[in-house]
Design a protein around this ligand. Sequence first.
Ligand code: MTE
Ligand code: CO
Length: 441
Amino acid sequence: MNKTKPPAKPGIIQPPSVDRPTDAGRRKALLAGLGAAGGAAAAGLIAPARALADPANLPPNVADWSKVLGPGVDAAPYGVPSKFEKTVIRRHVDWLTATPESSVNFTPLYALDGMVTPNGLCFERHHGGVAEVIPDDYRLMIHGMVDRPLVFTYQDLKRFPPQSRFYFLECAANGGMEWRGAQLNGVQFTHGMVHCVQYTGVPLRTLLEEAGVKPKAKWLLVEGGDSAGMNRSLPLDKALDDCMVVYSMNGERLRAEQGYPIRLVVPGFEGNMWVKWLRRIEVGDGAWMAREETSKYTDLMPDGRARRFTWEMDAKSVITSPCPELPCKQKGPQVIKGLAWSGRGKVARVDVTVDGGRNWHQARLEEPILSKCLTRFYLDGWSWDGNPAYLQSRVIDDTGYVQPEMAALQAVRGVNSIYHNNAIQTWRINPTGEVENVRLA
Ligand code: MTE
Ligand code: CO
């Protein structure tokens, strides 16, 4: 995920095409009774979506779907979204990676409400494709500086007292393409390497206590069972604090692409450490200096040295509506919606500006506000007058940390970084209502 190629602007995603039956004759007859709505639409007083509606389905008529029996139970034994939502999918950027096996796709943040990401829309990041682990053959080994090396089966892990917790996972490379300027025209692509899920599993501390960690131990090596064998060093104090070994997300078993049957959860830390298809935990007294913490996931600073072990995800926020995928369809009142999060704790406050930072307005935060979790915010009272507007959001977390402007971030980190871009994002609303990713000087 560290390739930089020429800027490309994947187009704005079109709204779902409407799959509707056509019955021109009947419609013509009904159009006759349309006077009021038709006139208002022509005068531009009705939102385009409503103007597209088939009058045959509108009051006082009885809509098509009210006249027939629908499919019965079990028509879809495992439920899927409405066909009218078929454009709401994970998407990738063609030029970003050479192969789909070592690649990433993005969560459609513009289409989501609340703080939870549905399982089928959680972005995927794989270094060697999705491992198909057979649950009966699954084993987790804990060894190294322990009193009792242990091997757990999948069923063993489910016998421990479980706990459920909501956490966000953000890839350190989220926004990595935006360091030198606005590049990708969509919140799905600029910020979509994040998801927020309720995990169920066992505290890692419980398993380590079962094995008995030797007093001199300081680090763990956590390793995946995929073909990439992805591994990272994890400080023991973090492992004993809030890490989890999980088998469920949002109430059901992990999806294969999220590490079925077992993944590691490392709250607030960069996504790379959340090892999927977890197969081995080695306990030791020093960091392993694995590939993913030396050659990758370090930040090259202006003086030529690199920051290492930058695990915590700094506080970040973004407006998810309006955004390039959700243009302003009409003037007048608009609810500005967004997401904020911090790898260090809770979101304390979010401010929103519509004039590029001249005036800031405190946003309304939606409960629950949980530590190391996405928090939904709204600005309710804004009315768009049709002039260009520059929308930004800025989060402050409960440590007092304030999300920086890109200029401030670059003043410290330079322009060689890929990871840990948490700069304030600007969306420009054009007089047409279209929304663009821009960088304010
Ligand atoms: N674990 C294994 N075994 N293999 C991987 O390729 N990718 C890591 C991490 N864990 C990876 C892995 C990276 S870089 C990220 S950002 C997260 O998983 C992505 O998790 P997700 O696919 O559930 O979104
Ligand atoms: Co990642």
